[in-house]
Design a protein around this ligand. Structure first.
Ligand code: F6R
Length: 244
């Protein structure tokens, strides 16, 4: 628990930096699972600072993003593709071929095979070394809404009404928010060797309490993280305020 989101984010960015450097020293690739939304923005700012001021290279980094709206064109300003380039990829030296973000512009017919291939690509590079997560007020991680199975894999999903309400402002109205998304599954996330979930602000306090102290249940998909042996929740005081 940190006194501010900034302090917690700097700590998380340093952990990611140390992992990248450790992998570099061994001549290995570092495989990162990344999130969008407001929660990771300060982590990405700090990673950009680390790249620029500490000359840390991201050329040995492979990334897999958790999710993307569906349907969604990559160049749309609301896409997670756009978000990731704005907030991170355009400012570091990661190789474009090492960036993986679910494609929101594939056809319905391609969807099933595409989701399987996303899982295969993660497996082919040895799995996720580190997965960064935010949490939605529904308890979703990625877009694994309530009802998601503990062993779920990458798939298309209907977004919960609360999730669409939360996205409505940035889309200038709920009618503009896509009804679906493509998301890595709970099972995909749980296979990561290390997981860090970021939670900032009092709006997250009650779902953080349910996730950490409540029953493990598909009603709160993030509660499945209780079953993972190397997960840390990095919170500010407000998000932690309802923990006993
Ligand atoms: C985004 C994602 C979502 C968000 C969650 C919290 O890639 O996977 O689970 O992390 O909706 O969003 P923010 O951070 O905007 O509160």
């Amino acid at each position: 628990i940190f006194s501010s989101a900034k302090e917690g984010s700097v700590k998380v960015a340093k952990e990611i930096r140390d992992l990248i450097l450790d992998k570099q020293s061994k001549g290995e690739m570092c495989v990162l699972g990344l999130a969008t939304g407001s929660s990771p923005i300060k982590v990405y700012e700090e990673l950009i600072r680390i790249h620029k001021e500490e000359s840390v290279s991201f050329q040995n980094v492979i990334t897999f993003n958790l999710d993307e709206y569906y349907p969604m064109e990559p160049e749309n300003i609301h896409s997670y593709h756009y978000f990731m380039h704005e907030h991170l990829f355009n400012h570091i030296d990661i190789l474009p071929k090492n960036i993986n973000i679910p494609k929101g512009n594939i056809t319905v017919d391609e969807l099933h095979d595409y989701c399987i291939s996303y899982e295969d690509q993660i497996d082919a590079v040895g799995g996720l070394d580190f997965q960064l997560l935010g949490i939605g007020r529904t308890g979703h991680i990625g877009f694994n809404e309530p009802g998601s199975h503990v062993n779920s894999e990458t798939r298309s999903i209907l977004l919960d009404h609360i999730t669409r309400v939360d996205a409505a402002n940035s889309f200038l109205g709920i009618d503009n928010v896509p009804k679906k998304a493509i998301t890595m599954g709970i099972g995909t996330v749980k296979k990561a060797k290390r997981i860090v979930l970021l939670g900032w602000g009092d709006k997250k306090a009650s779902i953080i309490k349910e996730t950490i102290e409540g029953a493990i249940s598909s009603e709160v998909p993030a509660s499945y993280l209780q079953l993972h042996s190397n997960t840390t929740f990095v919170l500010d005081k407000e998000a932690a305020s309802e923990l006993t």
